[in-house]
Design a protein around this ligand. Structure first.
Ligand SMILES: [Zn+2]
Length: 459
């Protein structure tokens, strides 16, 4: 990526937050046209999808919505670089954990979506998409850091970032952190990746030793650590926390900010649209609408006006040409705000509903309760060979029932045997005892309103 291109991304990103709506609309229109043009000429899937639409599409909503299941079923036809083929990528790249954070074909960043979204997907980012994600999120995070005095404190105490994620695969968050580590040996000492798959006591001692000044991860993982901090086993003083990937309630936010004594910044994103939105001081998510579009829609994909909660939402990534994400169903219920935010940003703002996964609560040794982050246990399940997607039922601390769908051509009983062994070991490593792990008769179930698959249910 040339310096000129970086300059253009930075320039337009800075201007768009304060410019009037006409400037944003103009930028969006140019980028939409370029993306559609490229998708039509270079993606066999989009050529076919858009074949009945005129050369110049005047009505954006005429473009048929797309879905994750279609993306995965038509993977090789969807991408615009014919060298990318799903089976080859799986064999040469995704099956190799030591390549996490490296580029595929020396050019592309690959993310696999984790258990929080139910059905796994593989997302390919080209160099521009990656640069936009990095620059836009960095520019807008640093504004927040400045406002909260974080930069001054970082300078004083040094920059040491701890990232809590499920490691082992090419998951969004950890892929980013591993990429930073690979950039330069100096940076590798500045980023510590801690796996939430490991027992809490080990996470605590590693953090105590590292003393991060910047802490990021899933809200449920940070909440577990907040309790450790309150009880005095964890002793860290971060200057800023960043979380994303799950819903965070106001009481939970207050608990995190109180426990760690610093501001918490939330992102709202997905591997398909990694720089989608970032929270402001008024606790609204502002969409980085110069590069990412989000449309609230009802169950039949008709637009839902501002102020009304949608059934789902469609996202578009205007920066990624290798795997076009155009009017793609993200599965979240959102509500756009109709008014301009108090913070002064002109970027559209929204609220997200129901990104919630309950913590798994199990009986520990000597009657204590062991809490486990949903993502951690779901990752153990979904990384079992042959598991396509899964859901856990945690009705009481002594029982854990597993629902799963197996991948095509896999023997269900054989997959269950492996899965059972892995979950039993995981639960034991977390010092839970006397927990009955059973196969549930039902298959994983979506939320009634067509929403996401919840990884953990308590019924
Ligand atoms: Zn705001």
């Amino acid at each position: 990526m040339s310096l000129g291109s970086v300059g253009r991304i930075v320039g337009s990103s800075l201007r768009v937050t304060s410019a009037d709506g006409d400037y944003l609309a103009k930028v969006q229109q140019l980028r939409k046209s370029a993306l559609i043009q490229h998708a039509r000429t270079s993606s066999p899937y989009f050529r076919s999808l858009l074949r009945d639409l005129p050369d110049r599409i005047n009505n954006w909503t005429d473009i048929p919505p797309t879905k994750k299941s279609e993306l995965m079923a038509n993977f090789d036809d969807w991408v615009t670089d014919p060298r990318i083929q799903l089976d080859r990528m799986e064999a040469d790249f995704l099956s190799k954990p030591d390549l996490v954070g490296h580029k595929y074909l020396n050019r592309y960043r690959i993310f696999t979506t984790s258990g929080t979204t139910g059905t796994p997907a593989i997302i390919v980012h080209d160099p521009t998409a990656w640069a936009v994600f990095q620059l836009v999120t960095r520019l807008r995070t640093e504004r927040q850091l400045l406002r909260h005095g974080g930069i001054t404190r970082m300078v004083r105490h040094g920059f040491r970032s701890a990232v809590l994620f499920a490691t082992g695969g090419h998951y969004g968050g950890v892929g980013v952190a591993a990429f930073v580590q690979n950039l330069h040996p100096v940076l590798s000492r500045r980023v510590l990746i801690i796996s939430v798959l490991r027992p809490l006591t080990e996470q605590v001692s590693e953090l105590n030793e590292y003393q991060p000044t910047f802490l990021s991860g899933y809200p449920s993982a940070l909440l577990e650590l907040a309790r450790e901090q309150q009880e005095g086993r964890l002793k860290i003083q971060p200057n800023l926390m960043l979380c994303a990937g799950e819903y965070l309630s106001e009481p939970q936010r207050a608990e995190l900010e109180y426990s760690f004594g610093c501001h918490l910044l939330q992102g709202y994103a997905a591997s398909e649209v990694p720089g989608l939105a970032l929270e402001c001081d008024s606790h609204r998510f502002h969409v980085n609408a110069d590069w990412y579009l989000i449309e609230p829609v009802d169950i039949s994909y008709a637009p839902v006006p501002a102020g009304v909660t949608s059934d789902t939402c469609l996202v578009t990534n205007l920066s990624n040409f290798v795997q076009p994400i155009i009017r793609y169903d993200l599965g979240d219920r959102i509500r756009l705000h109709a008014d301009v935010c108090r913070c002064g940003s002109r970027l559209p703002s929204l609220e997200v509903e129901g990104r919630t996964n309950d913590l798994v609560r199990l009986e520990g040794e000597s009657g204590s309760t062991v809490e486990i982050v949903p993502l951690a246990i779901s990752t153990v399940i979904e990384e079992t060979p042959g598991v396509y997607r899964s859901q856990l039922v945690n009705s009481d601390p002594q029982h854990l029932r597993v629902r799963f769908d197996e991948s095509p051509n896999c023997d269900r009983s054989h997959v269950w045997q492996k899965l059972n062994e892995r979950v039993t070991k995981f639960v034991k490593d977390h010092h839970a005892s006397g927990v009955h792990i059973e196969l549930d008769l039902e298959r994983p179930r979506q939320e009634k309103n067509g929403g996401k698959l919840r990884q953990v249910v308590r019924s």
